[in-house]
Design a protein around this ligand. Sequence first.
Ligand code: FMN
Length: 369
Amino acid sequence: MTNEKYAQTFTFDKGLTLKNRFVMAPMTTKMSFYDGVITEDEKRYYHMRSKEVGAVITAAANVSENGKGWEGELGVYDDKHIAGLSDLAASIKVNGTKAFLQLYHGGRITQSSVLKGTQPVAPSSVKALRPNSEVPRELEEEEIYRIIDDYKEAAIRAVKAGFDGIELHGANTYLIQQFFSPHSNRRTDQWGGSMEKRFTFIDKLVDAVTAAAKEAAAEPFIVGYRFSPEEIETPGIRFNETLYLVEKLCQKPLDYLHVSLRDYKQVSQLDDYQDKPMLAYLNEQIDGRIPFISVGDIRTGEDAKAALENSELVALGRVLLSDPNWVSKVMADKEEMIRYNVAEEERDVLALTNGVWGFMQGMMPDRLR
Ligand SMILES: Cc1cc2nc3c(=O)[nH]c(=O)nc-3n(C[C@H](O)[C@H](O)[C@H](O)COP(=O)(O)O)c2cc1C
């Protein structure tokens, strides 16, 4: 067994210990029932991938009915979900792996067909610049507070279901990010305008959720936050604004920050930040105040070592879809045995049923197919 940093345990300030530095990245499976209740196939998928990593972050689970992003999404918006989520937490927590539930609201990134004919909602009535997007309805102030309550209730359900923590999905252009983005947030009230005001929703949300989780949980309960560093739209979030966001988040009672990147070596679009990868700038800004999770095309032990130079933990996505035993092969120095390709006939043995398989086809680079 190796002495590499990735094999070492990691203990959060609250006292929760991960058996190693690898975390399964949140990945949507599209396997849940029409009403967000987990399926047996989905539990099997997680069970298979949970044994070796320190923690699993689940697929995005919608906290509000009108925050559902796609068919087959996991739900956490109703007490009816608690029983299935308890099974999910238990199936992840085999061999001492910790279970974190990702909390999600899609905002404008959904379809009225997914919302049973209801118009999607967002900070402002501005449609996303992508094919098939719809013009959303601008949220009333009381609806914004209702959504914050939905996140609180979802956090309490995660505690009741036996999860070790939650992750607020503030990345990948969904509702939380939509409030911070000058593209999707054109409001002129307390929720929009300057960069500071576009942070208002995140400010209130993080305070509400961390307080609710603290009150509900008897054991150490982790609250993490995921963000995307840049947007391509103009106007859109730029990297200097993300450094401001990270600074503000470091002052919150959060247990970790988690970046969302395609490639851990990715460099900013801004001319002022070309000297090193965004991961390094982010790690410098965080400066050890909150544990940081890196991600993005980590395919080998060497990649993990490099990413861990700028983070405490490293998240693995697609490599765990194609090889649920990636971690033990890396730890045992048997990387030549890693499976990077999945043939159609291997789908069942890897518990990659219809939903996730279809999603993977669009997300996997050719060499991973
Ligand atoms: C099939 C699939 C589903 C994903 N679903 C989510 C999700 O629900 N929430 C999220 O934050 N990121 C999601 N992601 C992004 C991953 O968490 C991760 O950031 C990305 O895949 C890059 O890591 P990788 O190169 O190790 O796969 C998804 C990625 C894939 C491939």
